[in-house]
Design a protein around this ligand. Sequence first.
Ligand code: ADP
Ligand code: RBF
Ligand code: MG
Length: 360
Amino acid sequence: VTEVLRRLLVRYGKQWDGREASRTVGKTPLEAAAVIVQEYELPCNAEEFLKEFNPLFSNHSSDIKPLPGANRLINHLHGRCIPMALASNSPRANIQKKISSKQGWKESFSVIIGGDEVRNPKPSAEIFLEAANRLNVEPSSCLVIEDSVPGVTAGKAAGMEVVAVPSLPKQTHLYTLADEVINSLYDLRPEQWGLPPFEDWIEGTLPIEPWKIGGPVAKGFGRGSKVLGIPTANLSTEGYSDLLSEHPSGVYFGWAGLAKRGIYKMVMSIGWNPYFNNPEKTIEPWLLHEFKADFYGEELRLIVVGYIRPEANFPSLDSLIAKIHEDRRIAERALELPIYSKYKGDSYLTSIGKSDGCKS
Ligand code: ADP
Ligand code: RBF
Ligand code: MG
């Protein structure tokens, strides 16, 4: 949606800046279009805007990447014969187009309902009640997983349990109706809702599809070593904003390569550091090695192989520091496991100077 809006608004001489995002998530296309027309003061109405938007969006629907953790969740529940419905304010045709390129998704949902198939879209309960009805289950035994406020409202109105996974950062406070708000699908604990638990956590870590990022070490906020006694080799934010926005904030670990020095274990946080409330999303990798001097400007390569926990706020600096040391111990141990240690030899970590290789 973002990419299409960016291009479309240029035609109107406007620049997309996301100011409308929190008012469009979870709405029907027509409602969302009305918000955009109003916010950007476009010289057309919502229907006209949609007529332009739809074909562009349609061209891109197979490019839409699943959220991190979505494949894992769908395979887990489908593999254990948990009936699933997909209920969206998008029209049914759009939903089908979006999921058709995702392997195994269509077969996993026994019911699919679009916003064009009910009289009242979310926040009305209707779409979820209809889903339960078609699944032949009681609404009270359904768990809704939702990213939008209208969707959470609809799920609660239907008498269901609702876990919110907000798709926009720093919006948790808007989801007060939800039974739980989690930061990403990695943090869903199905057993809390009477569903079979995930079985892929190992020694406090979740293996993820490895991803790579690299660049020269840049100046950070100047507090890692000074305030926490924990230096973090920040990467320059240029050139990797897409990669950064694809990955949920949280604490991860993996391997780090420095051209002239070697390969090291690494534990890092990605996000806004709630304790310090940074204005931008950053990557803060702590290399688990004692260096005699700084290495600003040197090329740093990272392979991120596992997830530990969401970012959190802490009542004191000492408790933040203690938690980061616990993360370090978890990462140090886990990286000895074959599923993680095998990436230590990846040529990406050492092929420095060849190409920028920022994108995995
Ligand atoms: P900044 O705010 O500029 O990132 P930090 O206090 O976080 O400053 O210190 C990070 C710098 O310290 C790194 O850029 C690197 O040059 C150096 N450094 C030394 N040891 C380490 C280490 N073990 N892990 C990460 N950076 C280290
Ligand atoms: N900052 C937070 O505010 N909350 C966290 O949960 C948190 N976890 C971290 C975990 C690791 C492994 C590391 C290296 C850093 C973490 N920090 C966290 C980030 C810390 O605040 C950051 O390194 C400093 O702000 C330095 O800029
Ligand atoms: Mg730092």
